[in-house]
Design a protein around this ligand. Structure first.
Ligand SMILES: O=C(O)c1ccccc1N[C@@H]1O[C@H](COP(=O)(O)O)[C@@H](O)[C@H]1O
Length: 233
């Protein structure tokens, strides 16, 4: 696929930015260690009970001493007070909160105050016609743009709107943007070119079954990502 609509100025700025990778949906030490060996900067654990990749906070806490040193991300959906207390005590470095885009600003402010804005990644369930409101930016360290699904919060395995991602990055270059949704070894190079993303999140695209990583696919994914990065320099 040809490089998409990035202007030369945005493309140059993007090329100077460091690349970051989050491997999400980890449920075992084996997979977390392999993700680390593959160069993941962030390890994601899904604490949403309805997810087939659910990991209980207490299980995470047990695994923590044996996990690699990489940053750990707690992935939650509209967390209630009890879960906030649990994750704050469990030893996570960052908190990725998925939510309906119609959730009141006061609730976002509450998550931001409880978890700290510099550790909070907002992951809105954003319908195709909606853009991310600027009022959210001071509340978080990053915005995760994941594929919209009317009935799921994440882990759809569906590819998102890479042009929309590029547009958000171009309009708000001071904001950290994370590209998620349907990424895998077969499309990560195209995704990087088309979206301009410098921070990507891979989940179901490198699994044999929900919550179980396909190590060969994950290795291929990181090799493809490295190739895409090298091509930008
Ligand atoms: O994976 C899940 O089951 C999940 C459930 C609830 C919220 C988020 C979830 N996963 C996140 O979804 C994105 C993209 O996933 P995929 O690559 O399309 O499978 C990623 O950020 C996961 O953390």
């Amino acid at each position: 696929m040809a490089p998409a609509t990035l202007s030369p100025a945005v493309a140059a700025a993007a090329a100077a930015e460091p690349f970051r990778l989050k491997v999400c949906g980890l449920t075992s030490l084996r997979d977390a260690r392999f993700a680390d060996q593959c160069g993941a900067d962030y390890l994601g654990f899904i604490l949403h009970r309805a997810s087939p990749r659910f990991l209980a906070p207490e299980r995470f806490f047990e695994m923590l001493p044996e996990l690699p040193a990489q940053k750990k991300v707690a992935v939650m959906v509209e967390p209630a007070e009890e879960l906030l207390d649990e994750v704050l005590a469990a030893g996570f470095d960052f908190f990725q909160v998925h939510f309906r885009h119609t959730v009141e600003l006061a609730r976002l402010r509450h998550w931001s105050a409880a978890l700290r804005a510099d550790r909070l990644w907002l992951a809105p369930k954003l319908p195709p016609a909606e853009d991310v409101p600027e009022a959210w930016f001071p509340l978080c360290a990053a915005v995760v743009l994941d594929t919209f699904s009317p009935d799921k919060f994440g882990g759809t395995g569906e590819v998102g709107d890479w042009q929309k991602f590029a547009r958000h990055r171009a309009r708000h270059p001071g904001q950290q943007w994370i590209l998620a949704g349907g990424l895998g070894p077969q499309n990560i190079a195209d995704a990087v070119w088309a979206s301009g993303a410098r921070f990507v999140d891979v989940n179901s695209g490198v699994e044999t079954a929900p919550g179980i990583k396909d190590l060969a696919k994950l290795e291929r994914f990181t090799a493809e990502l490295a190739r895409a990065r090298a091509a930008l320099v």
